[in-house]
Design a protein around this ligand. Structure first.
Ligand SMILES: Cc1ncc(COP(=O)(O)O)c(C=O)c1O
Length: 424
């Protein structure tokens, strides 16, 4: 067979379509996926612990999702207008999401978080957004700012981190430490008059919020007259059917969804109270607070049909107890191996998410994650990849799905143990 990985290296920078940093000799081309397994073009099987970066929580080629997409496909793939499928889905999201009285669809999480921020600016007339260091909100300017600062500046100064990011982030984005209410409150007190919104991943990357953090953030933003945006692109439909809002019992002003909602198909949604969402009505064009929203593929009938089927799967009785139980089993297994091998590491995560950070101190924010031994983290990820575990070697979180089970997690743990025996 022709060498597909080599061809991929010539077509795609680093042979990849995004932040999936594999050495060239390890790069593969995937030919198909089913459940929690992938096969590459050479016929090699992988256990998938990336699951389309968490977008395929239902599992690859989940029959209910395949059936919904197959039923819709002959009837048109995009109208850029409300369809039966998108109407039903919109109604269900409004029903399940405490913050959302109305929603609009787009095609990705990056778009959804961008619209939330823009809406907050349009509503308040204030220019700035406060985000947390190390948080990712998609590839938009705020999303990448202070994502991986090598030499983090003092709070609340932002670090553009990546090339090509507009210099305007220096002016319009402020940065706070996650899980640190005191510093966040201080920034809100000093800058509340110019901050339109605080955007937060309720569970930042794989780091859970400490008790009272989200509640405190809710109270502090309200007191400062600043909107609170939950980026539920990862937590939505994953920690609970009602996402982080239900799981942590905190209701923000605006919410962004994506990933798992689409059942593996492209989707993004943003929503909030009707008076805020009214700013996007086209009959307001000309009003300074009018906000432009247009997403050519947003709410397309294929993605929304897939999402409708995914939500039906998520509503099945045992979905969330199962996802939490499986995640807990995996994290407990990882901790046990670390103890057995006397390796100093933190195993973090919640629900069906897990990450190992080689650090002797608890992880509560970006700076404590950064203290971890990243080189060892990468060696572990690559060692697992070589052993047939498909994951992102950047050392970010592992994603479980409804297609994983104890046996598959057991396989991962065996391969983890074996990899650690090699890298120490
Ligand atoms: C918390 C969070 N927000 C937003 C995004 C962006 O979503 P997308 O890649 O669909 O644009 C991601 C993607 O990883 C994410 O993890």
């Amino acid at each position: 067979m022709e060498n597909l990985p080599e061809r991929a290296q010539s077509v795609f920078p680093a042979g990849s379509n995004g932040e999936f940093n594999l050495p060239p000799e390890m790069s593969i081309v995937i030919s198909r996926g089913e459940g929690c397994r992938l096969w590459d073009s050479a016929g090699r099987e992988f256990l998938d612990f990336s699951m389309g970066w968490g977008s395929v929580l239902v599992g690859h080629a989940r029959p209910e999702v395949v059936a919904a997409v197959t039923a819709q496909a002959p009837h048109g793939s995009n109208f850029a207008y409300v369809s039966e499928a998108s109407l039903a889905l919109g109604e269900e999201i409004v029903r399940l999401s405490p913050a959302c009285a109305q929603v609009r669809f787009c095609a990705s999480g990056t778009e959804a978080t961008m619209y939330c921020q823009r809406l907050a600016r349009a509503h308040s007339g204030k220019p700035k957004i406060l985000k947390f260091e190390g948080a990712y909100h998609g590839a938009n300017e705020t999303g990448v700012t202070s994502l991986f600062p090598a030499d983090p500046p003092d709070f609340p100064e932002p670090d553009p981190v990546a090339g090509g990011v507009s210099h305007m982030v220096k002016r319009d984005i402020l940065v706070a430490p996650y899980n640190d209410l005191a510093v966040t409150r201080r920034i809100l007190a000093d800058h509340g008059h110019e901050i339109a919104a605080v955007i937060v991943e309720p569970l930042q990357r794989c780091t859970p919020p400490e008790a009272g953090f989200l509640e405190g953030l809710r109270a502090a933003t309200r007191a400062a007259g600043v909107l609170l945006i939950f980026d539920e692109v990862v937590t939505g439909f994953r920690l609970a059917y009602g996402g982080a809002q239900e799981y942590y019992g905190v209701t923000p002003d605006l919410v962004a969804y994506g990933k798992a909602l689409g059942g593996g198909y492209p989707i993004g949604v943003f929503g909030g109270p009707a008076e805020l969402m009214a700013l996007v009505r086209e009959d307001r064009l000309g009003d300074p607070s009018y906000m432009w929203v247009a997403s050519t593929l947003g709410g397309n009938p294929i993605s929304t049909a897939a999402a409708g089927a995914a939500l039906e799967v998520f509503r099945q009785q045992n979905t969330y107890p199962r996802l939490h139980e499986l995640g807990e089993t995996l994290r407990a297994g990882m901790r046990k191996i670390m103890r057995k091998r006397q390796i100093v590491a933190q195993v973090i995560g919640d629900g069906p998410l897990a990450q190992i950070v080689f650090s002797d101190r608890p992880v509560r924010d970006y700076r404590s994650t950064k203290r971890g031994d990243r080189r060892k983290g990468r060696a572990l990820m690559l060692g697992l990849f070589r052993r047939g575990i498909f994951l992102n070697p950047m050392g970010t979180k592992l994603y479980l799905s409804l297609a994983h089970d104890e046996a598959v997690c057991g396989d991962l743990l065996d391969r983890l143990d074996d990899t650690l025996s090699e890298i120490g």
